[in-house]
Design a protein around this ligand. Structure first.
Ligand SMILES: [Zn+2]
Length: 488
């Protein structure tokens, strides 16, 4: 009798525990900004909780929209009027109107892109800064590994399930201007276009590792290389951190090639590390007993098959004109690698007419090319748009956008007007997660138990099965029930 009750109860308990799990879409939130100064644009990362995974529940009742009629007004701009004068807002509106019309005249957009514009008054020489877009992992039908897509782009693609983009962040692009720069004599429009391009995807997600130190508390093994960044979730209340896995390669960097041989850097071997769920649960800072897990993490990275590619990219990043974004029509847009700096700038396009030695050698305006709006340096305030286009555009631009930049956006997945529709259906990478100790649908869910979430395994889409490890609460319940049965 007892033997028959046992599997039955187990079955009930398994189902019971599944009730606490949700099918979710992963989102990657980066705590970093692209900051345009008067002499150039730099990226600033905030090391504290730099990269956090958040989730949105999949609403199965919500039907996927299939309407591919381009929007006439694809940009929804919110102006945060709490700071700034009327005149400053007029200047910003002129710039954003130009940028909206420019992008809308070249590309078709199917879901509105939400932009928040703000003004802060800062004494620094900043012009503006853009917060990193939220990224989603999408997979094309023939791809082995998914890639990260910024929200403004993910919104325009056909996906197998609908994504609610606003649960964890309301705006796709957030640009803040420094009030001191918002004055009549300055031409802020190139900065606006530049910042929007960062939001559209011109933004690096790859992690540079120096001396093998890829994670704060993990033991290092002394090499220099590039790798996918590490995903974590921290819980301030419990002082716990979960190292979840690795950030998928960005759809922008996916197109990076080694100019010497035209080979793509990020092949399947490089991406293989992003498909793993680690779920290492550690205290922050880690307890002595948890060091072993971090040792495992190091061994894991050391034996990763993409390491050689990562080392290769690191070496190339010390040679100017070594790495480029390759567009689908074969154009090469050089990203900024330097001979005299250990830190390349993958977030920007360099002029093909200049050899950049280091981040500090840039004052050679005459040699700018038509990609000037995405150059890192001196995107400038003094010249009007017309003057800039005349001076640097070489007849190869539509407004401030060069054919190179337009082609790069097309390569990432934006649809250029008048070109054939791409009906690729992207798979949104989902997971089943326990909703405790998780950023989900705009909240940090804490169920009050001391054990941080253990219940995450990638859903096996092929056979529809997934495995789960169960929270200790379920074990306790099970043991109690089993003891009860055996007693009677
Ligand atoms: Zn920039």
């Amino acid at each position: 009798m007892k033997i028959y009750i046992f599997p039955f109860l187990l079955y009930i308990l398994l189902n019971l525990s599944l009730c606490y799990s949700e099918l979710v879409i992963k989102e990657y939130h980066l705590n970093s900004k692209h900051i345009s100064h008067v002499d150039g644009c730099k990226r600033i990362d905030n090391d504290d909780n730099f990269l956090v995974t958040k989730y949105t529940t999949v609403d199965k009742k919500n039907k996927q929209k299939r309407d591919r009629t381009p929007l006439t007004e694809p940009f929804e701009v919110t102006f945060n009027y709490t700071t700034g004068t009327n005149e400053q807002w007029e200047i910003i509106k002129e710039s954003v109107n130009y940028a909206k019309e420019l992008f809308n005249s070249i590309f078709d957009f199917y879901t509105p892109i939400k932009i928040l514009l703000q003004i802060v008054n800062s004494v620094e020489n900043k012009i503006a800064f853009t917060e990193h877009a939220v990224y989603y992992q999408l997979k094309k039908p023939n791809e082995k590994y998914g890639y990260s897509y910024p929200a403004p782009l993910a919104k325009q693609l056909i996906t197998d399930i609908p994504i609610d983009f606003e649960k964890n962040r309301q705006h796709d692009i957030i640009i803040t201007f420094n009030g001191r720069s918002v004055v009549r004599k300055n031409n802020l429009t190139p900065t606006m276009v530049h910042e929007m391009l960062h939001g559209f995807g011109f933004s690096s997600l790859i992690k540079r590792v120096l001396n093998g130190k890829f994670y704060n508390d993990a033991p290092s093994f002394g090499r220099e290389y590039y790798m996918p960044d590490i995903l974590t979730i921290g819980d301030k209340d419990t002082g716990m951190k979960v190292i979840k896995g690795f950030l998928p390669i960005n759809v922008y960097e996916k197109n990076f090639v080694d100019i010497a041989n035209n080979n793509y850097y990020f092949d399947d071997s490089f991406c293989s590390i992003t498909d793993i769920d680690l779920n290492y649960e550690i205290h922050d800072p880690p307890y002595y007993s948890e060091k072993e897990k971090l040792q495992d993490l190091t061994s894991y990275v050391e034996s990763w098959s993409g390491m050689q590619r990562g080392i290769n990219l690191y070496e190339k990043s010390h040679q100017p004109k070594s790495t480029a974004f390759k567009t689908k029509d074969g154009r090469l847009l050089y990203v900024c690698t330097f001979s005299k700096s250990d830190k390349p700038d993958f977030n920007h396009i360099c002029s093909r007419n200049m050899v950049y030695e280091s981040e500090d050698v840039y004052n050679i305006e005459a040699e700018y090319d038509e990609n000037f709006v995405m150059h890192p340096y001196n995107i400038g305030l003094a010249l009007s748009n017309e003057e800039k286009i005349q001076k640097y555009g070489n007849g190869k631009t539509i407004g401030l956008l060069s054919e190179d930049i337009i082609s790069a956006l097309e390569t990432m997945g934006y649809h250029r007007k008048g070109t054939p529709q791409d009906n690729t259906q992207y798979t949104v990478v989902t997971q089943v997660v326990n909703t405790a100790h998780t950023y989900i649908d705009g909240h940090f869910v804490d169920d009050g138990t001391s054990n941080i979430n253990q219940v995450i395994q990638e859903e096996e889409e092929e056979d529809g099965a997934f495995s789960l490890s169960y929270p200790s609460l379920i074990y306790i319940l099970f043991i109690t029930l089993y003891s009860f049965i055996t007693l009677y």
